[in-house]
Each structure stands twice: as structure tokens, then as C-alpha cells.
Design a protein around this ligand. Structure first.
Ligand SMILES: C[C@@]1(CC(=O)O)C2=NC(=C\c3[nH]c(c(CCC(=O)O)c3CC(=O)O)Cc3[nH]c(c(CC(=O)O)c3CCC(=O)O)/C=C3\N/C(=C\2)[C@@H](CCC(=O)O)[C@]3(C)CC(=O)O)/[C@H]1CCC(=O)O
Ligand SMILES: NC(=O)c1ccc[n+]([C@@H]2O[C@H](COP(=O)([O-])OP(=O)(O)OC[C@H]3O[C@@H](n4cnc5c(N)ncnc54)[C@H](O)[C@@H]3O)[C@@H](O)[C@H]2O)c1
Length: 498
């Protein structure tokens, strides 16, 4: 006969069981560290626990459990044989090998299962390193070889578990119980098992974990037809009319508004932005919005990456996702949500993308303009971007095109002011690009760092010198770069020479 399909027998293991000791009388001998661990395990298995140990032998934890009446019975002295009367299981955890051995033989004479903590060969069963999550218990045994390693492996196993596993098991347990209540017929065993197996296989753990009572009952109504509908179809139907009405009301109350926070000075916020800030339940803010503005928010303020702290460790897309999902959650809950962006939401603010994101999910987005630094920063540096006879047009561009490319910039026009946002990172490349487009090397340019903020810094330079000045003056973002003859438009003659 071929044996290839049958498991090989590997000798020397233990029989791993889930031993039910609810209300069983467990005697724990000793009151030290090991006893403390045994008490926890026995109590978590709903046993009736008696501890025998003299008061001066109790460690703090054991004393605490006795004082809290978690331990059902405490015998304040050393072990005596009479303690074994009416006991179902004995766990010794004492520092006395001779006595341990004696207790073991007393137990054997009474055919009682016993664990002797200091003598593995006298153990009817070993304890395991255990991970617990709701009804889930995972036990690790090294069969007496390396208990510390068993403890460490437990951590690896716990780390590798899918989240929600404990909840999923509870919900399946509940479903199974209800199924047996509906169809308790012994003959139906195959059908019941087949249906349960399908639910467990066809639904994800998250879905199982999210089963509420209503959905459980709905799901069970398909058992008769031996069908397993999808989670989504059950979730949809389970929403009662009232739920739907409530959802509608909530949605009617919900608003999402993209608000421009302006350049950073609170007094440059629009009145509308200020009012909304004080009304919003949730403000989702760019990191760049200064605290002086956020102080006006009465509701909760959240930033992307608030938890991880460092912006650099995660891509900006991840944090953006997180932020937008918070907004969705808040909207579902009927809240007024503000997405606060520096400057103006629709000028290099990715505001349009966010509008589309919400629209696709059924939410209309209101937009409140903000003062863009492309106009306020030149102003902070006293540069009129248009000025009769000097400039009759303005080009606003980014210094960082998508995917590392430089933006397209048209040929030099002396009557144009060029405003570059996000210009610090590639100032040198920008300088080369402009020279290529026939911008004169000595054409005036102005960096406005942190315009309209307390730490504002204004640095004059020229097109040919853009790269060097950033390094020399240690210019950092946020900074706006203004280029063109308008830079010097408001200088009177003496200033020009100086
Ligand atoms: C898993 C765990 C369950 C529990 O106790 O609940 C458990 N020991 C744990 C921890 C642990 N125990 C020891 C250390 C110190 C480091 C080290 O020695 O490695 C650590 C680590 C620490 O404390 O961090 C010392 C030790 N243990 C035993 C002896 C006697 C001997 O071997 O002779 C001695 C030496 C005394 C000495 O040298 O004087 C005996 C046993 N210990 C067992 C279980 C059984 C075998 C299970 C297996 O092999 O998998 C077995 C045979 C009998 C039993 O106790 O049932 C628990 C983890 C709890 C958790 O993390 O959840
Ligand atoms: N199995 C394990 O996982 C494990 C782990 C560590 C240590 N041990 C062994 O288990 C034993 C206990 O370890 P511990 O850290 O709890 O020691 P411990 O010194 O903290 O505790 C010993 C306890 O036993 C009590 N005691 C001693 N004789 C008694 C008696 N006749 N009746 C009632 N109580 C009595 C003491 O009062 C004390 O409370 C040690 O021998 C140790 O080598 C086993």
C-alpha cells in the first residue's frame, strides 16, 4: 500500500489541546512569579482558582489578585495534602524540588493532572507561550526545550497576524451559534458545515469582522437557499429605511469646502475663510499653514502625517490619501469639513484634483479663494507686477514641472513680469533655462522667502545669479521668485544707484 499521502509520524511531541477548565477547581501551589503567570492563565480559562502559599511568600501580583478577589480562595500557609481534596488540576510553582516531587506523587495517587513548574519530567502537560486576541488563542510550545524562545516566537506570530482577526472570529462564532439555533437538526450537519465554510472562504476577514447583528440575520436568511451572498449586497439591504433617512439628513448637513488660507498672515485671510474656520467641525490643513491661522479653528484640526511626524518617510500621495479619507469619513458623519490650503486652492494647490476626488464620490465641493503668494509676495517686496511702461503682463509658473522636468517658459518679453513659485529647489536650472530664452543675465529678480510672515526675507538678485544666491543666502522654501523690470519699478533714482 502506498503511504505517500499520509502524514509522517514525528515522535517526541506533545498533544496540543484546548483544555476546557471553566469552573474546574485548579489548585496553584506557590505565590511567586511562576504562580502569578499560572493564576492569569487559569482565570482566563474561567477556572475556579485556589492559591496555597504563606503570606510572606506572595509576590506583588499574586497579592493584588488575592486582594481584588480575582483568586477565588487563598490558603495562607504552606501546602498540605488535604489541599488536594476536591481539586481537578494542580499546578505547583514552588522553589522546593523535594516538596514538588512529593506533591507530584500525591497527585498521581489521586489520578489528578499536574504541572510541576521546576521539573518538566513530572509534568502531565506543559504550558505554552500564548497570544490571545478575543476568542483566538495561539499557543507556542518548544516542548520544554527553550521556553524563552517560545516567548519570542509568540511575538513573531502576533506581528504576522492580520488585523481584525479576533473580531472576525467572534463574529463567525456568533453567526455559527445563530445558524445552529435556526437549524439544529443533526441531519443538517453537512449543509451547515458546507455553508459556514463558504462564508469563511468567500468573505474577507475585514468583511467578517464588520458583520453586525442586522447583517448576520440577513446573511442567515440565505442559508435556506444554500446561498452565500456578497458582503456588499448584504450591507446595502441591511440598511433600513430609517438608516437611509438618517444618512440623507447627515449628507444634507455635510459640506466640504476648499479654502485658501492666503500667504500666511491671519489678517490676510478672507472674512469668509475666517468665518468658516470658526464653524468647521474638522479642518484638514496643509502643514504649511501657520499656527497663527489655525488658532482660529474651533473644531478639530488634522494634518496629513500627523502621526508619523516626518514628511520624508512617506510619499506625499499616501498622506494626501489619508487626508481625503478623513474628509470622507467626516462627511458621512454629517460634518462641516474644511480643506485648508496655503495661498489659493486653485493656483498650484492641487485643489482641482481634490474637487474631482470628492465629485467622483458624490460630494460637491465649494471653493473659497485665498490670496496667492504669486501676487502677494511681489507686493511684500514692493513690486507692482504690472506697471505702465514697464510691464503689461504677468506669467505665473512653477519652478518644478512634473516628473522632474522644467516648465515651458516663453521667449523673453521686456514687458512681462515672470513669477515663479517653488523656485528654490532648481534655481540654477531655472537660471540656465531663462538665459536660453533670451532673458538678459542682469535682469533684476527678487526672492521673497516666507512673504507676509514674521520671518519674511527679501533678497534681490539677477537672472544670471539665481543659483548662486540661493546657496549664498541659504534661501529656503516657501519662497516666490519675481523676475523682470518690474522688480525695480518703484525704486527712485537714488535707490537705483545705491
Ligand atoms: C512558555 C511558558 C508558558 C508559561 O509558563 O505560562 C513556559 N515557560 C515560560 C517562560 C520561561 N520559563 C523559564 C524561563 C527562563 C529562561 C529559560 O530558562 O529558557 C522563561 C522565560 C521568561 O521568564 O521570560 C524557565 C523554565 N521553564 C521551565 C523550567 C524548568 C526546566 O526546564 O527544568 C525552567 C528553568 C528554571 C531554572 O532553570 O531554574 C519549564 C517549563 N516552562 C514551560 C513554559 C514549559 C515548557 C514550554 C516550552 O518549552 O515551550 C515547561 C517545561 C513546564 C511548564 O512550565 O509548563 C512561559 C512563557 C510565558 C509567556 O511568555 O507567555
Ligand atoms: N516553568 C517555568 O516556566 C519556570 C520559569 C521560571 C522558574 N521556574 C521554576 O519554578 C519554580 C518557581 O519559580 P518562581 O520564580 O515562581 O519562584 P519564587 O521564588 O518567586 O516563588 C516560589 C514560591 O513558592 C512558595 N512556596 C515554597 N514552598 C511552598 C510550599 N511548600 N507550599 C506553598 N508555597 C510554597 C514561596 O512562598 C514562593 O511564593 C522555581 O523552582 C524555578 O526554578 C519555572
Amino acid at each position: 500500500m502506498s503511504s505517500e499521502n499520509y502524514a509522517q509520524i514525528r515522535k517526541g511531541g506533545s498533544l496540543l489541546l484546548a483544555w476546557r477548565i471553566e469552573n474546574k477547581r485548579v489548585l496553584i501551589v506557590g505565590g511567586g512569579n511562576v504562580a502569578a503567570g499560572r493564576i492569569v492563565k487559569a482565570l482566563e480559562a474561567d477556572a475556579h482558582v485556589t492559591v496555597v502559599c504563606p503570606d510572606d511568600g506572595l509576590n506583588n501580583e499574586v497579592r493584588y489578585r488575592i486582594n481584588q478577589n480575582q483568586v477565588h480562595n487563598w490558603i495562607n500557609r504552606n501546602f498540605e495534602e488535604c489541599d488536594l481534596e476536591n481539586v481537578d488540576m494542580v499546578l505547583t510553582a514552588i522553589d522546593d524540588h523535594v516538596r514538588s516531587r512529593e506533591i507530584y506523587y500525591m497527585c498521581k495517587a489521586r489520578k489528578m493532572p499536574v504541572n510541576v513548574a521546576d521539573i518538566p519530567s513530572l509534568c502531565d502537560f506543559y504550558f505554552m507561550a500564548e497570544h490571545r486576541e478575543g476568542p483566538l488563542q495561539i499557543g507556542i510550545s518548544s516542548n520544554g526545550q527553550a521556553p524563552k524562545l517560545a516567548t519570542m516566537i509568540r511575538q513573531h506570530v502576533a506581528d504576522a497576524l492580520p488585523k481584525n482577526i479576533g473580531m472576525a472570529i467572534s463574529k463567525v462564532g456568533n453567526l455559527r451559534q445563530k445558524l445552529r439555533d435556526i437549524d439544529s437538526d443533526y441531519e443538517s450537519s453537512k449543509k451547515r458545515m458546507g455553508w459556514m465554510i463558504r462564508v469563511c472562504k468567500e468573505w474577507s476577514l475585514d468583511e467578517l469582522a464588520n458583520l453586525d447583528d442586522k447583517m448576520t440575520d440577513l446573511l442567515l436568511s440565505f442559508y435556506g437557499k444554500d446561498e452565500v451572498p456578497s458582503f456588499n449586497s448584504i450591507a446595502k439591504v441591511s440598511k433600513s429605511k430609517e438608516d437611509i433617512e438618517e444618512d440623507k439628513e447627515k449628507r444634507a448637513r455635510s459640506r466640504i469646502i476648499l479654502v485658501g488660507a492666503g500667504p500666511g498672515d491671519p489678517s490676510l485671510l478672507t472674512i469668509k475663510a475666517m468665518t468658516l474656520l470658526s464653524q468647521a467641525d474638522l479642518v484638514l490643513s496643509d502643514r504649511l499653514v501657520p499656527a497663527a491661522i489655525l488658532e482660529h479653528a474651533k473644531g478639530e484640526v488634522r494634518f496629513a502625517n500627523a502621526k508619523s511626524g516626518s514628511e520624508k518617510t512617506r510619499s506625499s500621495d499616501v498622506s494626501q490619501d489619508e487626508l481625503l479619507n478623513w474628509a470622507l469619513e467626516a462627511l458621512e458623519a454629517g460634518k462641516l469639513v474644511i480643506r485648508l490650503k496655503v495661498g489659493d486652492p486653485f493656483l498650484f494647490g492641487r485643489g482641482g484634483e481634490e474637487v474631482l476626488f470628492f465629485k467622483k464620490r458624490g460630494w460637491d465641493v465649494e471653493v473659497v479663494p485665498g490670496i496667492s503668494s504669486s501676487l502677494s509676495a511681489p507686493l511684500a517686496a514692493h513690486i507692482p507686477v504690472t506697471h505702465r511702461g514697464i510691464s503689461d503682463q504677468v506669467l505665473i509658473t512653477t519652478g518644478q514641472g512634473t516628473k522632474g522636468r522644467m516648465p515651458e517658459i516663453p521667449e523673453y518679453n521686456p514687458m512681462r513680469t515672470t513669477v515663479v513659485l517653488m523656485a528654490v529647489g532648481r534655481a540654477k536650472n531655472l537660471s540656465e533655462l531663462l538665459l536660453n530664452r533670451a532673458y538678459p543675465s542682469d535682469l533684476p529678480a527678487m526672492f521673497v522667502e516666507n512673504g507676509h510672515r514674521p520671518n519674511e526675507k527679501i533678497i534681490r538678485t539677477t537672472v544670471g545669479d539665481l543659483g548662486e544666491i540661493v546657496e549664498r543666502e541659504n534661501i529656503v522654501s516657501p519662497a516666490t521668485l519675481v523676475i523682470g523690470r518690474a522688480v525695480d519699478a518703484l525704486l527712485v533714482d537714488e535707490e537705483r544707484q545705491g
